[in-house]
Design a protein around this ligand. Structure first.
Ligand SMILES: Nc1ncnc2c1ncn2[C@@H]1O[C@H](COP(=O)(O)OP(=O)(O)O)[C@@H](O)[C@H]1O
Ligand SMILES: [Mg+2]
Length: 382
């Protein structure tokens, strides 16, 4: 079948805006007024359907339960992450235009634009998959498409131990940390598993507690009977209607949360979060991007001062607000694991510093300088 014919059918289906069922695709093909054999119609139908309905050539990759990320950097460069680092796959697109079309179609499914005026998009597909795409010329050479699969349910802590993410015995400690209602942040690099671990930990929160989530994109899926979810949104095309994470935290505080959760602390909402944790909302938690647990105070300081909070005030709030930092890493083999747990202390000059309490060494936790303090914080729960 000629590419011109396929393009004409694509156009027709896009204009009709109808769900591209096999019957409609076949009808659109026939409507081109060309005599086609049944086999040809079938072949074309299947090709177009894959392209229009699903994720096209990426479908088999996304269907693999071990795949967490699919990255397209060129028509013949499709990478996956199966938890062992990136692997190049055999999957290819016909040409650069096909990658662009797929990206645009997925953006449309998420009700977002992706065109010359708006050359990138960061959105969530109806099934929860996170998509990001940049088209040329901003992305040099080819459309860059990144998909992250959101697992429909959280891992149990037992599964994380089996997977080697949490060391043996670490599950008991994490449970004790939740039961003691300590406030904590999970730190780590991008894709180190922060959100995933937070979902798991929220599953250990008592059934009678009310969890209120504030997130930029609803990613947390805790197994818990009482979860309220708030999601921020970007401005519409007229620039109105923006709801920030900061707005959400303010609202969340009025919703009688037993656990206030900020999916990822990345901006001005740090101010509200610290204030809340200082005023009786203990047990709050979230994730924060940091390359080491020890960097967390500086990271929060940078976010807080950008929002107008003064440095000394921030550190005194931080000392009282936050009890523990749980740090995740991805090791050389691409495996995600809990590397360290730190406690916070006020250091010289009144600034907050983190002190390692536990480090994961040789398959088990090893106690460090801050362990005594952590043990006291956790108290009877351990
Ligand atoms: N312990 C784990 N074992 C296997 N896959 C994991 C684990 N933790 C996270 N993942 C997967 O890795 C990807 C990134 O995890 P995520 O929690 O979103 O990271 P972060 O929040 O640090 O960016 C997700 O697709 C998730 O399903
Ligand atoms: Mg995350």
């Amino acid at each position: 079948m000629s590419p011109g014919l396929l393009e004409a059918v694509r156009q027709r289906l896009a204009e009709s805006g109808a769900e591209p069922t096999p019957a409609r695709v076949a009808a659109a093909l026939r409507a081109q007024g060309r005599l086609l054999g049944d086999a040809e119609v079938l072949g074309g139908t299947e090709r177009l359907r894959c392209e229009l309905v699903g994720t096209g050539p990426l479908e088999p990759l996304l269907a693999d339960p071990s795949v967490t990320d699919v990255l397209v950097s060129a028509p013949d460069r499709v990478w996956v992450d199966r938890g062992r680092g990136l692997e190049l796959t055999e999957v290819t697109f016909a040409d650069a235009a096909s990658v662009r079309r797929l990206a645009q179609r997925l953006a449309a499914v998420a009700e977002r634009r992706l065109d010359d005026a708006r050359p990138w998009v960061d959105a969530r597909l109806p099934d929860g998959t996170r998509m990001h795409a940049v088209i040329p010329p901003v992305a040099v050479g080819s459309t860059c498409l990144s998909l992250r699969v959101v697992r429909p349910r959280a891992f149990s802590v037992g599964e994380l131990v089996t997977a080697g993410t949490v060391p043996p015995g670490g599950d008991r400690l994490l449970r004790a940390l939740i039961e003691a209602r300590l406030s904590f942040l999970i730190s780590g690099g991008t894709g180190s598993g922060k959100t995933t671990l937070l979902s798991t930990l929220l599953g250990m929160v008592g059934e009678r507690e009310r969890i209120v989530l504030a997130e930029d994109s609803a990613e947390l899926r805790p197994e818990h009977p009482h979860v309220v979810r708030l999601e921020s949104r970007t401005a519409n095309q007229e620039g109105a209607g923006r709801v920030t994470l900061r707005d959400l935290v303010r609202q969340a505080l009025r919703m009688r949360p037993d656990r206030l959760v900020v999916g990822e602390v990345r901006g001005a909402e740090v101010t509200e979060l610290l204030a809340a944790l200082n005023t009786g909302h203990e047990g709050g938690c979230g994730t924060v991007h940091a390359n080491a647990a020890a960097d967390v105070p500086a990271r929060l300081e940078a976010l807080g001062t950008a929002a107008g909070l003064d440095r000394a005030a921030l550190h005194s709030q931080l000392a009282a607000a936050l009890a523990v930092v749980i740090h995740l890493v991805r090791d050389g083999a691409g495996r995600r694991r809990l590397a360290e747990i730190h406690v916070l202390e006020r250091g010289a000059a009144g600034l907050v510093v983190t002190v390692p309490a536990l480090r994961w060494a040789k398959g088990a936790f090893a106690a460090e300088a801050g362990w005594e303090r952590l043990r006291i914080l956790v108290g009877d729960a351990l």
